[in-house]
Design a binder for this molecule. Structure first.
Ligand SMILES: Nc1nc2c(ncn2[C@@H]2O[C@H](COP(=O)(O)OP(=O)(O)OP(=O)(O)O)[C@@H](O)[C@H]2O)c(=O)[nH]1
Ligand SMILES: [Zn+2]
Length: 207
């Protein structure tokens, strides 16, 4: 019998064919080339293990590519609560797909349970954010994907996702505006059609 630790790593089940998509050797070779390309010596002591370190790090940072939202939202339980559920200030780390530089900040995820009277575990909302954050991303798509998963996979009656991040591609390079933040939102179902329900959710997020 296998333990859950053996069968699951970074949310990806061993034996899952989606795991095969990650080619560590190829990532290592590319990082070695990259180091040569910037004029470095990949064989000097400090850089010798860097390609393997980056491959391990990318394996973790992009683990969301091999995970399905149904894996996260599959387990629900009956609860007599048909009103708003909000998890605020979920820290998130993602990678901008344009520059492969991090963006990080917080996500606020609110939903109204579906008519079947079932809710998901609170941690699953944070896991869902991680699942989509751990991919090459843009913030708008990340926000949309989290909202759509709750709308379609969980069958929520209403969804509101607000994400607020600082992008290192805007801080460390390029336009160089550290401290500037980007806010995106996605609204579905009742939270879209009912201004008062949406105002209640936004008020709780601001609280
Ligand atoms: N809409 C959106 N844009 C993003 C996101 N992350 C990075 N960007 C932007 O993607 C754009 C890429 O612009 P390009 O002109 O192709 O690349 P660039 O020459 O490196 O652009 P600069 O960053 O302006 O130097 C930049 O304006 C980034 O600020 C994101 O999550 N959403
Ligand atoms: Zn970027």
């Amino acid at each position: 019998m296998t333990t859950s630790q053996e069968t699951e790593r970074d949310g990806v089940r061993a034996g899952d064919e989606r795991l095969e998509a990650f080619d560590a050797g190829r990532v290592e070779a590319a990082v070695r080339e990259l180091l040569i390309g910037i004029g470095e010596d990949p064989d000097r002591e400090g850089l010798r293990d860097t390609p393997a370190r980056v491959a391990r790090s990318y394996r973790e940072l992009f683990a969301g590519l091999w995970t399905d939202p149904a894996d996260v939202l599959g387990r629900t339980f009956g609860e007599d609560h048909d009103e708003l559920v909000l998890v605020r200030d979920i820290p998130l780390f993602s990678m901008c797909e344009h520059h492969l530089l991090p963006f990080h900040g917080v996500a606020h995820v609110a939903y109204l349970p579906g008519t079947d009277g079932r809710v998901t575990g609170l941690s699953k909302l944070a896991r869902l954010v991680d699942l989509y954050a751990r991919r090459p991303q843009v913030q708008e798509r990340l926000t949309t994907q989290v909202a759509d998963a709750l709308d379609k996979t969980l069958g929520a009656r209403g969804v509101l996702v607000v994400i607020d991040c600082e992008h290192q591609c805007m801080s460390a390079r390029g336009v160089r505006k550290p401290g500037s933040r980007t806010t995106t939102s996605a609204v579905r179902g009742i939270l879209k059609t009912s201004a008062s329900t949406r105002a209640e959710a936004l008020g709780l997020i601001r609280h």
